[in-house]
Design a protein around this ligand. Structure first.
Ligand code: CDP
Length: 806
């Protein structure tokens, strides 16, 4: 006789819970063109907005004549700063405590700055109309170099701040200075550096780049004047924050504002900030009484919305002759562009840059960061990164390589000598962080063995000999990186944005038939939350992930949360989800006890059911319990089965990884070929290994682009030289390297399911791996430091400068 009762293993498999490579449920609609992005939203009578943008990087706006534009049939309105001023909306606060012009108020400060907003019945009419707006500019001297900006006689950029020598982050010591932020023990660091046996110093530049999501930024604002309700659909990585800010700015009560993030085509930090386009669309909708759509084009996006990085990092590192690091100092000159619009927690104007001691046990350290204004677009967002972690990881991984050169040591061995040891966790870093868990030596050994590091070094030595003997023109570079991140902002006591504490949330409702809906304060932009958060719930409450809908991004329905960026979703909302599931389970246990006529304490949880201890044949499945929760009168227990959890993490999580890039470099053409890329990630408990692998592929491809060609470059008068995808390198399948992924699993001790974030790790770890490979190829010929991006031209120049062209 066949027994159809599922085995325990079958019940576990049925859940598709944590640890399962469950296929992404989102992909059904994405691969069939059924996504619903902002530009898919079409409302009755909808108008279209477009910006007149400044061709100059620094100029006085003497006059704006919009008569011809207004006269064009189909144009409904043209807004300028003068129109917004009576509403006090011509300037807006930035996330970093500065303020930013919504529309040019007397002058422009970067190329592409928003000068006027044209609203028309058709997108093409709006585009034609902006050509008809006549703006009389008087050019002013341009400053694109942050060091030149700090010269005593540098032009004053922010005239609105004239005479105000204190900003959101303390004193300003120059008219183009924003803040000096310091941390660590300066005196002890100087003393250790002074007494050191070996010291290495280098300027490490992480160039200006851009998140460049496939979908640009945009919104549709619709003011319903009858009901007094404003609805804004937009590319928002933090919809609740947008709602609160919109309420504070407009005076519309928060319950009358609904912010919806529909499907988002990649964010990477670009969609965290509040942009003039959002403000102008809302104002235009209020003024016209019609819905107004604004969607950037690619050039708008690259030129004007949030850039990333642009950190000049001057480092000094010291060690004993044997290679034990004794101190680290770093001074950063941070180019913030025209307005300080960085998206960092309030207390950390340089984000989490002070994770720059990396994976190493460094006894003393000091960091100072000077924020500086220049005539460039504002931003400073965390491009797939937890608030400047990427800059920090690049800095320390370059400094380690430079120190290895100084010591004449193998860089893999230097890392091994200095890793924080497993038994030192929780580890207190010299710059104030408490690393939760890690096992760096195991990961490192696994990585080196996987690529046959010893064999690679032997091959490299042979290659150098062959090159010197004229038998080859190709060099071999081995790029090593061991990175440690800090993700999951953040405890509320440390981390807020504009005063809003960085917790997150989840609400779960079980339906009577044993399926469920979960809503979170986060919002996926391609990370697969609908797939993976359902897996957490499945494991916690014993219903199949396939019967759980995950919904995010609608402020009318989702619990309040701070959104998705900096790999915070899993560490914060993922924790809220697990705890919310546990609340459901606790109530389910009471119901099961009543149904089974036993004491609650006599029950134990097993996969998808509560069973009587010692009598597992007596059980109630979660499905049965859900039905009873709604349909049976249970004494002392209110009907229904739902819960909500808000989670304020006690600490951040510290994922880490060991990445190795092996690169062939043609000395005569500067061309490179990534022969091998090995990525070992440790993100604690793994929810969905396939999704993690996808995250690693995507992030490493972005890292490849950044390291090897992608940049936002300016000429000396502030023209953006890389404002289109002809010039801004976005790798296609053709250029994208092949990746080998691997993992170790060191759970976070304070996270309910032990998970750490992973989304940004590959961007953080791959950039130094690629860059170190380029440097390593030329190490034997005397290269110490060369700035990214390592495009063919720059690599060719390295070879030329080292005299390798003969
Ligand atoms: O905040 P964001 O979603 O960008 O980053 P994340 O929290 O690192 O998550 C990225 C994706 O990887 C999500 O679908 C996570 O659920 C998944 N993930 C996972 O499967 N296991 C982990 N330990 C961490 C993330």
């Amino acid at each position: 006789m066949n027994d159809l009762t599922p085995t325990r293993e079958e019940r576990i498999a049925n859940l598709k819970g944590m640890g399962t490579s469950r296929k992404r449920v989102e992909d059904v609609r994405f691969t069939q063109g059924k996504g619903n992005y902002v530009d898919d939203i079409k409302l009755q009578g909808m108008l279209f907005g477009d910006f007149v943008r400044s061709p100059y990087a620094h100029a006085r706006v003497k006059s704006i004549n919009a008569d011809a534009a207004r006269a064009l049939p189909g144009v409904v309105a043209v807004l300028t700063a003068a129109d917004l001023a009576p509403l006090n909306l011509h300037w807006m606060p930035t996330l970093a405590g500065d303020k930013q012009m919504v529309l040019a108020d007397g002058k422009v400060l970067f190329q592409g700055q928003e000068v006027a907003f044209v609203v028309a019945t058709d997108r093409y009419i709006a585009a034609d109309a902006i050509e008809l707006v006549e703006v009389d500019y008087e050019e002013l001297p341009v400053v694109v170099d942050p060091f030149a900006a700090m010269e005593p006689d540098a032009p004053v950029l922010r005239e609105d701040l004239n005479g105000i020598m204190s900003g959101a982050h303390g004193p300003r010591r120059h008219h183009n200075h924003i803040f000096l932020w310091e941390t660590g023990d300066k005196a002890a660091t100087e003393e250790a550096l002074g007494a050191a046996e070996v010291v290495a110093e280098e300027m490490v530049y992480y160039h200006r780049t851009h998140p460049c999501p496939l979908e640009t930024c945009g919104c549709v604002a619709s003011m319903d004047k009858v009901n007094g309700k404003l609805t804004v659909w937009g590319t928002f990585q933090a919809p609740h924050v947008v709602r609160t800010v919109a309420s504070l700015l407009s005076g519309i009560e928060e319950h009358n504002i609904r912010v919806v993030s529909p499907d988002i085509g990649g964010g990477f930090g670009n969609k965290v900030g509040v942009y003039p386009g959002y403000v102008c669309s809302i104002v235009a909708s209020i003024v016209t009484g019609k819905p107004v759509k604004w969607v950037e084009d690619r050039m708008d996006n690259l030129m004007a919305t949030a850039f990333a990085r642009d950190y000049w990092m001057k480092g000094r590192i010291s060690a004993t002759k044997e290679g034990k690091i004794t101190a680290l100092r770093c001074h950063v000159t941070a180019d913030h562009g025209a307005f300080d619009a960085c998206a960092d927690p309030t207390k950390f104007p340089a984000g989490f840059f002070h994770i720059c001691t990396g994976s190493y046990d460094i006894p003393v350290a000091y960091v100072g960061v000077d924020g500086v204004y220049t005539n460039k677009a504002p931003g400073g967002v965390a491009y797939r990164c937890s608030f400047r972690v990427t800059e920090a990881a690049y800095f320390i991984e370059r400094m380690i390589e430079v120190l290895a050169i100084e010591l004449g040591m193998d860089a893999a061995e230097l890392r091994r000598i200095n890793f924080i040891r497993k038994e030192q966790f929780p580890y207190q870093s010299a710059l104030g962080w408490e690393y939760d868990s890690g096992d760096y030596h195991t990961a490192w050994d696994k990585a080196l063995a996987a690529v046959d590091y010893k064999g690679l070094r032997e091959e490299q030595a042979q290659r150098i000999a062959d090159f010197k003997a004229g038998r080859t023109r190709k060099l071999l570079g081995i790029g090593l990186t061991h990175f440690t991140e800090i993700v999951g902002a953040g405890p509320v006591k440390n981390c807020d944005i504009l005063g809003m504490g960085m917790f997150d949330s989840c609400e779960i409702r079980i339906h009577p038939t044993g399926s469920a809906i979960a809503r979170l304060g986060t919002i996926s932009q391609g990370q697969g939350h609908a797939t993976t958060f359902a897996q957490i719930i499945a494991s916690e409450i014993g219903l199949s992930a396939d019967s759980i809908t995950v919904e995010e991004g609608d402020t009318d329905t989702a619990p309040y949360g701070l959104g998705t960026y900096g790999s915070r979703s899993t560490p914060v909302a993922g924790a809220a989800t697990a705890l919310c599931g546990r609340k459901i389970r606790a109530k389910a246990q009471m119901i099961a006890a009543w149904l089974l006529e036993v004491h609650e304490g006599d029950l134990e949880w097993d996969v998808d059911r509560f069973q009587v201890k010692g009598a597992p044949e007596r059980f109630k499945t979660m499905k049965e319990i859900a039905y009873a929760a709604y349909n049976q009168a249970i004494p002392g227990i209110e009907p229904g089965l739902e819960a909500v959890s808000y989670y304020d993490p006690p600490n951040m999580t510290y994922p880490f990884g060991a990445y190795i890039a092996v690169m062939e470099i043609d000395v005569d053409t500067g061309e490179h070929e990534v022969r091998q890329f090995y990525a070992l990630d440790d993100c604690g408990t793994r929810i969905n290994p396939m999704v993690i692998e996808g995250q690693v592929h995507g992030g490493a491809t972005e890292g490849y682009a950044i390291a090897m060609g992608q940049e936002i470059a300016y000429d000396e008068i502030g023209n953006v030289k890389t404002g289109t995808l002809m010039d801004f390198f976005l790798p296609t399948a053709w250029e994208t390297p092949h990746y080998t992924t691997d993992h170790t699993e060191t759970p976070s001790p304070h996270h309910p399911i032990g998970a750490k974030g992973v989304g940004e790790s590959p961007n953080v770890g791959s950039v130094p791996a690629f860059s170190n490979a380029v440097h390593d190829a030329f190490r034997a010929f005397g290269l110490r430091q060369s700035h990214m991006p390592h495009d063919h031209w720059r690599i060719w120049k390295i070879a030329r400068d080292l005299g390798l062209h003969g």
